[in-house]
Design a protein around this ligand. Structure first.
Ligand code: PLP
Length: 363
């Protein structure tokens, strides 16, 4: 069986360094917001090319904290793609604001910039863009619209660590960005973890308090904050893996390019070929077919595990019953037709070749 994602094999590559990091934290006697968190924040800020990184508990909390720090809440609207992981939208709901969904582009699967302005009202405060599947959203028109209407641009970069647009990394493309280091992401911790990146000094200062009960000074609370801290253990483990991120992303690119060149099947639509090498970090490789369920079964019968990202669009979820009557046909079609095939830094050449062979034989 070719697994969709072999986390054990991924982390085994760094086992010795990871174990040393765990020992270092155990022996330090300091487990919450200490030297490891500060060191990781400095390294990740430098990696993204931004002034500030604030380590937090996970990707959802990162997005929520950004919205809270910008004082976006009840009565405010936030624009967000309809084709995304539910967490992008949950963050908006959690602060009490209203998510305004925008259809994706059928080729890039990311938000369609030309549709954004039709949904801007006097209540719109921000555009929360998502670099879905590891591919950077089309930022130039989005930034122009945001500037014209004085909106914040928040990146959901949970699937796009290290992706590049116009020479800049994700995390440095808007006003602030939320990252997730969930174990399966391109940069994965060994538990829950996340981060916020920004060049906004005031925002960074406020976020440091908001993640820690709203407090800069112990027992003095400036804001009604949260406990959304990154812990020392995950920060130490992430420091082991960060130096390998670019190399790992490159391995994903090699596999993606092979797929793009060698998968040839009239029933299968391949993802868009990036216009420049850094534009996608291939968090997942998403193919599309009218025969999705049959293809998934066929692949499994041939020893290839796949995943659907995602089977139910956010507006069709029970949790968003208030959107039930809204129609997002492009998003719905994507959800019905997509299938993610295996891609990871530890996938062997033989596995990639086998996946291509099996896909090309699908009829
Ligand atoms: C994983 C993910 C999140 C949430 O991250 P967690 O760390 O699991 O909270 C948010 N947005 C997107 C697009 C994601 O893929």
């Amino acid at each position: 069986m070719i697994p969709f994602l072999n986390l054990k094999k991924i982390n085994a590559q760094y086992a010795q360094e990871l174990k040393a990091a765990v020992s270092r934290v155990i022996d330090s006697g300091w487990y919450i917001t200490g030297e490891e968190v500060t060191a990781f924040e400095q390294k990740f800020a430098a990696y993204c090319g931004v002034r500030h990184c604030i380590g937090v508990s996970n990707g959802l909390d990162a997005l929520k904290l950004i919205l809270r720090a910008y004082e976006i809440g009840p009565g405010d609207e936030v624009i967000v793609p309809s084709n995304t992981y539910i967490a992008s939208i949950l963050a908006i709901s959690e602060v009490g604001a209203t998510p305004i969904l925008i259809e994706p582009n059928m080729v890039s699967y990311n938000i369609e910039p030309s549709l954004i302005e039709t949904k801007i009202t006097s209540s719109t405060k921000a555009i929360l863009i998502v670099h879905l599947y590891g591919s950077v959203a089309e930022m130039n028109p989005i930034l122009e619209i945001a500037k014209k209407h004085q909106l914040k641009v928040i990146e959901d970069a949970a699937q796009a660590h290290g992706a590049i647009y116009n020479g800049k990394k994700t995390g440095n493309l808007g006003d602030a960005a939320g990252f997730s280091f969930y174990p399966g992401k391109n940069l994965g911790a060994l538990g829950d973890a996340g981060a916020i990146t920004t060049n906004d000094d005031n925002l960074a200062e406020k976020l440091i308090a908001l993640r820690n009960y709203g407090s800069h000074k112990k027992y003095e609370n400036l804001y009604k904050g949260y406990n959304h801290r990154l812990d020392e253990m995950q920060a130490a483990l992430l420091q082991v893996k960060l130096p390998y991120l670019d190399e790992d992303n490159e391995k994903r690119r090699v596999i993606a390019n092979k797929y793009l060149e060698e998968i040839e099947n009239p029933f299968i639509v391949l993802p868009e070929k990036p216009t420049n090498a850094g534009q996608s970090v291939w968090h997942v490789f998403v193919i599309r077919t009218k025969e999705r369920d049959r293809l998934q079964t066929y692949l499994l019968d041939n020893g290839i595990q796949t995943v659907i990202h995602y089977p139910i669009p956010p507006h069709k979820q029970e949790a968003y019953i208030e959107m039930k009557e809204e129609s997002f046909p492009i998003s719905e079609q994507i959800h019905q037709e997509i299938l993610s095939i295996p891609i990871s830094p530890v996938q062997t050449n033989e596995e990639t070749t086998e996946i291509i062979r099996v896909l090309n034989n699908f009829r």
